[in-house]
Design a protein around this ligand. Structure first.
Ligand SMILES: O=C(O)c1ccc(O)c(O)c1
Ligand SMILES: [Mg+2]
Length: 604
């Protein structure tokens, strides 16, 4: 598969964009006309630079508002086109994208548009140029790829073909299965973009919110399979207009973009082996659970105090490193004081258990996820570590056969056996934060690289703005990672670790006796809960005396409480009763407001 990307996807100057694309491993680029016009490089210099970088220049785009016009306008449009063909000759580009007329078309006729494209084809032939006609979703008359293809068929010119763009097709809900009726040799170009589901006008959606494949909601695997079944073998190109990527580092975005194409090819190969050849990426594998969470700080004592109050046991000090282990049930928390001078407690690592670590490692590595080297001593278990887009490192550990604890636990000494009757089970979820710059890439990382399911996007009100939140999880729910995107004013990145319990009230009671200070829940909350769920007074009093929050869905009930924030982390203990599958989303604004009150009181 030849990979390509439109320069409009990236920030920076044309030179910077070209370097970033080459560095990330793209084979070619689409030259977006405004990038060319704003560049002080001559077309010849751009061509030479592309050659030096090993990039092909695959497409010149866009050429607007050509067809469906009066004869007089057509003459002017042909002159306009000829000037572009001359520039293309200097660039060495042989294909131009002509998008359907949005502004000047006055004639709604396939025959007229076809005849006009045929004239353009004749002119283009003289320059060795091919016309790739694309239906924009908001085209004046041509807004459907099937109509664009009909017009191309009527034009019946060797230099006139079509350009398929997944956004225009899927945003309008047009059935992509019809692509298979197109002659693959007449598909002159293929552009892919994903997008979140939004209800807004399609032009704004397209110009500001497109995403790389796997970051949004479109089924691009099925889309690509339809295109490949036509025999199309040209470049598979990304064309993503997005406000975030226009202002984030082009090098990072290009790597993210390239990875998205490879995971898409992998997904397509796995789901549609008839259409795409076998995948070159090692298999996906569901993790068996969260192995451990690592918290790093210059001084971890406050965190350890909270863990003790919650019912965790101190399991020991690492043989060679300033690292300590606490556990409760199957939840292991590693406290790392190394390389943390001046750092408040923060979540620095997440370990996942895999049945086959080697294959998982090969897959992540094949998808260009950077490795994080960790100093290791002889005799220690090697835990492959990778950088995540959102910050903490990801570790892969061998799931112990037949349950029990993973081998690395033995590297910790002078600790105690786990406390009996802790009423704590395992990690329920780890609530992480991604910045607005990294959120889409993070969703792609867990969704397409690791194969987690992506939940719906939710919005939660906090006193300082809306928090966007989205859960990624394994199908069986053993690993659940809700991600929050904080409003810009939140400087403190706060993440939390939620533990399952079979008796939240008992855990809360014990923690209070051991001196824990809970996140205070306002009285109004309990009045509201009583009314909303028609709970009995005595039960609500019990919840209130333990500062425990309540939720219920069609399947069951949810009890949970929060500790106060310790630096950038806090803990939650949750009890799922029946088949409750949520996270107490209605309680999140209450938590955020309570945390904010404490922060204000502390002058933070
Ligand atoms: O938004 C646009 O104008 C535009 C231009 C060229 C394209 O290929 C496209 O898909 C959209
Ligand atoms: Mg397009």
């Amino acid at each position: 598969m030849r990979t390509s990307i439109a320069t409009v996807c990236l920030s920076g100057s044309l030179e910077e964009k070209m370097s970033a694309c080459a560095q990330a491993g793209f084979d070619g680029i689409e030259v977006f006309e405004p990038d060319l016009v704003a560049s002080d490089l001559t077309p010849e210099e751009i061509r030479a630079r592309a050659e030096r970088l090993g990039l092909t220049l695959d497409l010149y785009q866009p050429f607007r508002d050509f067809e469906g016009v009066t004869e007089e306008l057509l003459e002017a449009n042909l002159r306009r086109a000829e000037a572009r063909f001359q520039v293309m000759a200097r660039l060495g580009i042989d294909t131009i994208l002509v998008c359907s007329n949005v502004a000047t078309a006055t004639i709604d006729s396939d025959d007229v548009s076809a005849a006009q494209l045929r004239r353009l084809g004749d002119l283009a032939a003289g320059y060795g140029v091919r016309i790739a006609f694309e239906a924009l979703a908001w085209g004046r008359y041509v807004s459907d790829y099937r109509r664009a293809w009909r017009i191309v068929q009527l034009a019946d010119h060797p230099n006139v073909g079509t350009c398929l763009d997944s956004f225009h097709i899927l945003s309008r809900g047009h059935d992509p299965a019809g692509i298979e009726e197109i002659d693959g040799a007449k598909i002159f170009f293929l552009q892919l973009a994903d997008a979140p589901e939004l209800s807004m006008d399609v032009l704004s959606w397209s110009r500001h919110h497109r995403l790389f494949p796997g970051e949004g909601e479109f089924d691009l695997g099925a889309f690509l399979a339809h295109v490949l079944r036509t025999g199309y073998d040209g470049p598979v190109s990304l064309e993503v207009f997005n406000d975030t990527f226009r202002q984030t580092a082009s090098g990072t975005t290009a790597v993210q973009a390239h990875r998205s194409l490879f995971t898409l090819a992998d997904e397509t190969a796995r789901r549609f082996p008839d259409a795409a050849g076998p995948s070159t990426v090692p298999d996906l594998q569901e993790p068996a659970g969260v192995d451990f969470v690592e918290i790093q700080a210059e001084d971890t004592r406050d965190v350890e105090e909270a863990l003790e109050q919650l019912g965790f046991s101190f399991r020991g000090q690492h043989r060679t490193k300033r690292v300590r282990l606490w556990s409760a049930g199957g939840a292991r928390i590693v406290l790392n004081e190394q390389y943390a001078r001046g750092d408040e407690p923060h979540l620095s690592g997440l370990g996942l258990l895999y049945g086959d670590v080697e294959t998982a490692e090969q897959r992540i590595s094949a998808l260009d996820v950077p490795r994080m080297p960790r100093p290791m001593q002889a005799g220690e278990q090697r835990l492959p570590a990778f950088a995540t887009p959102h910050g903490p490192q990801l570790f892969l550990a061998e799931a112990p056969a037949g349950g029990g604890e993973p081998g690395w636990v033995e590297e910790f000494e002078h600790g105690f056996a786990p406390e009996d009757g802790s009423h704590l089970g395992a990690f329920d979820h780890v609530n992480l934060v991604s910045s607005w710059e990294t959120h889409d890439e993070t969703v792609h990382f867990y969704g397409s690289v690791l194969g987690f399911e992506k939940g719906p996007v939710n919005q939660v009100a906090s006193p300082h703005g809306l928090v966007r939140s989205r859960v990624v999880r394994t199908a069986d729910g053993t690993v659940r990672l809700p991600f929050n995107v904080l409003p810009a004013v939140h400087e403190q990145k706060t993440e939390h670790v939620a533990l399952t319990s079979d008796n939240v009230l008992a855990v809360a009671h014990r923690a209070r006796k051991r001196g824990m200070r809970f996140l205070p829940v306002p009285a109004n909350y309990y009045d509201d809960v009583r009314a909303r769920f028609d709970l009995d007074d005595r039960y609500v009093d019990l919840l209130r005396s333990h500062q425990v929050l309540y939720d219920r869905d069609g399947r069951g009930e949810f009890l949970h409480f929060y500790t106060r924030r310790i630096g950038g982390v806090f803990f939650e203990v949750v009890e799922r009763i029946g088949g409750y599958d949520g996270y107490g989303a209605d309680n999140a604004p209450v938590r955020l407001a309570a945390q904010s009150r404490l922060d204000d009181a502390a002058g933070r």
